[in-house]
Design a protein around this ligand. Structure first.
Ligand SMILES: Nc1ncnc2c1ncn2[C@@H]1O[C@H](COP(=O)(O)OP(=O)(O)O)[C@@H](O)[C@H]1O
Ligand SMILES: [Mg+2]
Length: 324
């Protein structure tokens, strides 16, 4: 089956003083056209490295793409030249970074920044670019586009800045949007507005979205499919209903248990992590922290296997005949 966007056997590492360190090992991930796909993992699990690898923005060296394919509309991005990637970035695939303040240039107004991107990527004259810039600000539902356009980034709130970043990302007609923890530095109430906007734009513009977050709650608000990333590996994937309502991997369960169900609930961290210092020996990367580990987990690395429909899990627990 041909997918609109597909990652196959992608392995990415970094050269460090202690030797080469593998940070991504993705067997398979596929996103369909117009779909919002969530990627959840704790800090350091490799989410940003994946996003940067897709856009070939990972500074090399020390990063090394050891093997694999990233297929977008049938073409392998890994083999593309920098010249080709410049025609893809912004026009076909865009990215919203974690921190809106460091993405925007503080010395230019937001209007100038939008206009520059539009002129450069669409090859239109300055006047036409200014018109598109205004339309794009309307698109991200910021009121009074004419006054916003003349403001500098520091004159806007965090939520307004993130809307401008989304406007820049979508201003050149990108069909795949990679949103890397877009609400990370925002207040909870502002977060909800940005999530709603991304969900609305995804439906209205029919763009595909790879929505990256460390909080499963955010992903379920926007996405229909989700993958759980643990130390660079996908340990569970499927529909939001499969993975977040009927999780099988102990890591997914632990991630979900970190969200308090009521204001009064206190999270007992001891119940989330095994703490006897056990070390994995070529087995599951979650072994040392897993509360449900069993004998073969220490030295046998589990691969993704189907549970039902599109629900896949990489855990010996999910395998038939294994003892919990
Ligand atoms: N330039 C680098 N050199 C070495 N290791 C790196 C570099 N950048 C990221 N890493 C490592 O890659 C892993 C994944 O990082 P990252 O993708 O930023 O995590 P996340 O976005 O999920 O928080 C981490 O262990 C991090 O230490
Ligand atoms: Mg990150």
């Amino acid at each position: 089956m041909n997918h609109y966007f597909e990652i196959k056997d992608l392995k990415v590492g970094f050269k460090t003083f202690e030797g080469q360190k593998r940070v991504l090992d993705i067997e398979h991930l596929a996103i369909q056209k117009g779909e919002a796909y969530g990627l959840i993992g704790e800090s350091g699990s490799g989410k940003t490295v994946l996003a940067l690898t897709i856009l070939k923005l990972l500074t090399m060296p020390p990063a090394i793409v050891e093997s694999g394919k990233i297929l977008f509309n049938g073409m392998d991005l890994i083999t593309k030249s920098e010249h080709d990637m410049r025609l893809i970035r912004g026009k076909k695939i865009s990215m919203i970074f974690q921190d809106p303040m460091s993405t925007l240039n503080p010395v230019f107004t937001v209007g100038e920044q939008l206009r520059q991107v539009i002129q450069h990527n669409r090859g239109v004259a300055k006047k036409e670019a200014a018109k598109i810039a205004l339309e794009t600000i309307d698109l991200v539902k910021l009121p009074d586009a004419k006054s916003i356009i003349d403001k500098y980034p520091h004159e806007l709130s965090g939520g307004q800045r993130q809307r401008i970043i989304i406007a820049i990302a979508l201003s050149c007609g990108a069909e795949l949007l990679i949103a890397d923890e877009p609400t990370r530095n925002l207040d909870v109430t502002i977060q909800a507005g940005i999530l709603k906007l991304i969900a609305e734009l995804q439906r209205e513009l029919k763009v595909s979205v790879l929505f990256i977050a460390n909080n499963p709650g955010l992903v379920s608000a926007v996405c229909n499919h989700v993958a759980i990333l643990q130390e660079g590996k996908i340990v569970e994937k499927g529909t939001v209903r499969d993975v977040l309502r009927n999780p099988i991997h102990p890591y997914t369960t632990a991630l979900l248990n970190t969200i308090p169900k009521s204001k009064k609930e206190k999270i007992d961290l001891k119940k989330l992590i095994a703490t006897d210092g056990a070390e994995c020996n070529g087995g599951c990367t979650y072994y040392a922290r897993c509360l449900k580990r069993q004998g073969n987990c220490q030295n046998q690395s589990p691969t993704l296997h189907p549970i039902e429909g599109t629900h896949f899990v990489a855990c010996h627990l999910g395998l038939e005949g294994s003892e919990p």
